[in-house]
Design a protein around this ligand. Structure first.
Ligand code: FEO
Length: 395
């Protein structure tokens, strides 16, 4: 695909990665992704805003060649992660006079991660500007979106915000702009859950910070651009500021069907009490979907058998993941079965120190669940429904 013009002299020069299915050897990418890079020509200077993942640097170079290989004066580096910064060394080889513009912290990280020499950098403070002649780039520091060194760029005259990962989505598409809002909402929520949610407080602050800018286009570093910026800003406000809803997320694993039988009963017990349940079998679940479900859930209940005196490793992984991405959940509990004993509850409860939650009494059945166990599940479902009402969880 050839480079495409957003406005006269402003081009998309990045790459679509249709086939990538895993990010950071961790995050599933069911819809691929893109590494968006932008070229901004002013009357005197030209800037390249971010680069692409090193696996796609040939596409970036092809795009620059298509545009007549314009002289690049500045390479704006918003964020030192490889998917945006990884081709900076290649660009600097092609343009030895270009300077890398970034925050002080980003400079250190790029020197460490990509071994870029110190003399290649210009560092910028928050709100500092660089003139390209008839165009002005304003840099907005946005730490922890989602690394500590991150900044955004606002192209004043064109009212375009380049926010790097902020407002992005892992979505491979030939559409320059969002066309299917439902699809992008899902992809952006998944991205928020996996990447941004651990830094929710910082996201809130940075949402406040960009409020002051008049924005016609948001051009993120992943997924399509937003020519109706309110759509994604509203979605981010909803995810970052909302109180948990009347939802129970139920990741579970079962070895010999005892836990599965309990999960089946429990889902029905909660549903009968008006609670929405999102159930995930951890042996087949896409963890991105699990992460998304945690964005607005009030409660997490983990279902697990006892294995070697503790939780099943898949359940431990779910607890570790939930602790790492720090959803705004209020209540946690555990259900499952055991053969002869163990420390399943203590182990799982000890794995979620980041979550400021009330731990509700677990229900563990010895072997296959019996009447008393089902009654205990009813009681737990009732407690959860009541807690959700008391905390005024929205539906
Ligand atoms: Fe898209 Fe944090 O890199």
């Amino acid at each position: 695909m050839k480079p495409r013009e957003i406005k006269t002299g402003v081009y998309c020069v990045g790459a679509i990665d249709w086939d990538r299915r895993l990010f950071d050897s961790l995050i599933p990418l069911p819809d691929g992704t893109s590494y968006n890079s932008y070229l901004v020509k002013g009357s005197q200077k030209t800037a390249l805003i971010d680069t692409v993942d090193p696996t796609k640097e040939g596409i970036l170079v092809d795009h620059l060649t298509e545009l007549g290989f314009p002289k690049i004066d500045y390479v704006i580096s918003h964020h030192a992660e490889q998917d945006h910064a990884g081709s900076i060394p290649c660009v600097l080889d092609l343009y030895p006079d270009a300077k890398v513009v970034c925050t002080v912290k980003c400079k250190g990280m790029l020197m460490d991660l990509l071994l870029i020499p110190e003399e290649k950098f210009i560092t910028v403070e928050d709100k500092e500007t660089i003139s390209l002649g008839d165009r002005t780039l304003e840099f907005i520091h946005a730490p922890w979106v989602h690394w500590p060194e991150t900044m955004l760029t606002y192209l004043r005259e064109d009212r375009i915000l380049f926010p790097c990962d902020f407002f992005g989505s892992h979505l491979a598409t030939t559409d320059m702009y969002v066309t299917d809002e439902g699809q992008v909402y899902e992809a952006a929520k998944r991205y928020y859950a996996e990447i941004m949610m651990p830094f929710r407080n910082h996201i809130q602050k940075n949402l406040e910070k960009v409020k002051g800018y008049k924005i016609d286009i948001i051009a993120p570093s992943h997924g399509p651009m937003h020519n109706k910026p309110d759509f994604i800003i509203k979605a981010y406000n909803e995810w970052a500021f909302c109180e948990p809803k009347n939802i129970v997320v139920l990741p579970y694993v079962s070895m010999h069907d005892s836990t599965r039988e309990m999960v089946k009963y429990f889902v029905e017990a909660l549903t009968q009490r008006g609670v929405t349940v999102k159930q995930f079998d951890l042996t087949v679940t896409d963890i991105g979907k699990l992460a998304m479900s945690l964005v607005d859930a009030a409660t997490v209940v983990i279902g697990t058998p006892t294995v070697l005196a503790g939780p099943h490793p898949a359940a431990a992984y779910a607890a570790f993941l939930a602790n790492a991405i720090r959803p705004n959940v209020k209540f946690v509990s555990i259900i499952g079965s055991y053969g002869w004993g163990g420390k399943t509850v203590e182990t799982l409860a000890g794995m979620i120190p980041n979550l400021k939650v009330e731990v509700l009494g677990p229900v563990l059945a010895k072997g296959f669940p019996r009447e008393a166990d089902f009654q205990a599940l009813d009681k737990l479902a009732e407690t959860i429904a009541q807690k959700h009402k008391e905390t005024k969880c929205a539906s």
